[in-house]
Write a protein that binds this ligand. Sequence first.
Ligand SMILES: [Zn+2]
Ligand SMILES: [Zn+2]
Length: 734
Amino acid sequence: MLSYEQPMTERELHRVRLHVTGQVQGVGFRPYAYRLARSLGLTGFVLNDASGATIEVQGRARTVADFIRRLPAELPPLAAIASCRAEPVPPLADEGTFEIRPSAGGELTDAQVTVDTATCPDCLREMLDPADPRYRYPFINCTNCGPRYSIIKRIPYDRPNTTMADFAMCGLCARQYHDPADRRFHAQPIACPACGPSCWLVDTRGKRIPSDDAIAAAAEMIRSGRILAVKGLGGFHIACRADDEHVVRRLRRRKHRDAKPFALMVRDLAQAAELVELDPAAEELLAGPVRPIVLLPRRPGAPVAESVAPGLDALGIMLPYTPLHHLLLGADLPPLVMTSGNVSDEPLVRANDDAIAHLAGIVDAILLHNRPIQRSIDDSVTQCRPGGPVVLRRARGYAPRPVSVQAPAGRTVLAVGAELKNTICLYSAGRAVLSEHIGDLTDGRTYRRFMQVINDLEALFDLQVDLLAADLHPGYLCTEYALRRGAGRLAGRPAVPVVRVQHHYAHIAACLAEHGFTDPCIGICCDGTGYGTDGAVWGCEVLLAGPAEFQRLGHLRYFPLPGGDAAAVQTARPAAALLAEAFGDEATALGVTDRLTEPERLEQIFQQLASGANCPPSSSLGRLFDAVAGLCGVARANRYEGQAPMLLEAAAAKGVEEAYPYQLTEGEPFAIDHAPLIRAVVADLQAGTDVPTVAARFHNTVAAFLAASAGRARELTTSAPAWRDCSGRPTLRC
Ligand SMILES: [Zn+2]
Ligand SMILES: [Zn+2]
């Protein structure tokens, strides 16, 4: 990474210029370089520039070499060097010292905006020390921790460009901010009780509730069973005790959220261990600087109300990540429900007035503060897997950390994502910046947020997009946005080409990019819905995918989806379709359909299947799970996305080894035939086999046919030239 090979003679003065890229802005990198250079007696300077940081150091050859060697080895915790290029420059006469210079101007395409980071141990220690000026101060932070992305308005990341601009620093804060030896040197959100933000409690009409300590008063209200809104880092949470069934049920009623699981916040790892099974990897993820929600196996007898996560065997928990959370949970509270502060499916609330207007019907009081939130950011959601953590919702703590992508230079690309769980991606110069989780674009308000995030990210990184990438689905709002913008029909936006990308190919290509693969790979996509190149609803796809094109090697055998999108809600619809595929005319008289829905409803679905009206063909794996969940009686409908499969997974017995039969058909692409599997499920149910066993055998079968598909794909790609004619063109230009 570091390359500097210059014959160095002792005594002579040498000067070297270092161009450093990576996570080096807003993370204490400049004071770190300053301290290192000073400790070695070197002169020169460090400054932030468009691509990261530039350092010049001057001194004896050995000392300069020492600096270059130690620079990457002793970085502050949040900093990361992506590259460091060194070049010799002529030494300067009369340079007396090493200094930190103001940020340079210029193109900002490559600068890094860093992530919001959980309160560090040093700040926590100070916050709990009665002798410290920031004792119990809920906005304590330093160079190693605190808000970043949620408060930045423009780059470079300097205080006037953040929502802290209106808080004038007091003497103490200013001294620390300007002292290169201090932990808070250039900590842009630096604050203290004398000069920084504060918090207060209001009732549902916005009237202040008097108290000496708003956080202690809020904690007391929560303890007594009230529901509170709490302003946090990237939005509002709704908080209440998680151990009281009545309280959680009341929250569900008020929030109009009948089943979707709530996230929990616990005080520390010890409290987490009472609720869920922990291992070292889970502890590291929970207590690390990102502090995401981690989905973990629920412990039997965990002191959590049943209605927190009805029917599920996992709980989503997180640890406090702001000083305010630490103070709140530190008041000896039980585990709290901490769910995002919005009415179900509406975008996040971030302004104080909006919170009072929108949340008054849900909560009993609101804990506010006056540090403005520049952009709404949800909590990230992760899962621990054997290969490391998997991010299910990438937001706080991850966004907008870029992914390095090996792609041709010179293009600036905006990819607008898909409809559900939308995020967007901005690509330039080898780096892909992913936005925070935006949400489901079927909602008009979320669509507005989608456009805000696009405008915000393009402005923040000062990029001119010259290519748009959009999903192949003709009905997605995001695709429509790209087509309108591409055609020059959006005010102030020039016409640019649009590339349409198949949904599952995009999933696999993203995975390849994330892991730095550029060779063609066999990728298996297990999904609910994606528009196929043949117009069918794809969802279980075995692809040979490279950076530029793909070939469909195999898929789940098509079955009709009666009612189209409605088939993703009512499990009887895919179940009836799969029964009809497996049994033909006998499907209506199997004696296992009474758990699905009322007989008349089922009869209508079978009639629709017979007529073929509005029954698009599908290879959706999600609908296969839905169908089996329906047949087993664990879910008649998905009341939130993925509910039926989650309930089926939770129902599955442990330790069951058997699987049902399936078949891979010949042909290009090959098909995974589900009829043998469905016939075996029905036979088990007719024989009275218990649901946990059926659920487990079903999961084993899915694992088996996916593994077999990978094997078949391997045979197909090694016995023939890797790239043959694709059945559908991988990407379509328009
Ligand atoms: Zn700190
Ligand atoms: Zn201060």
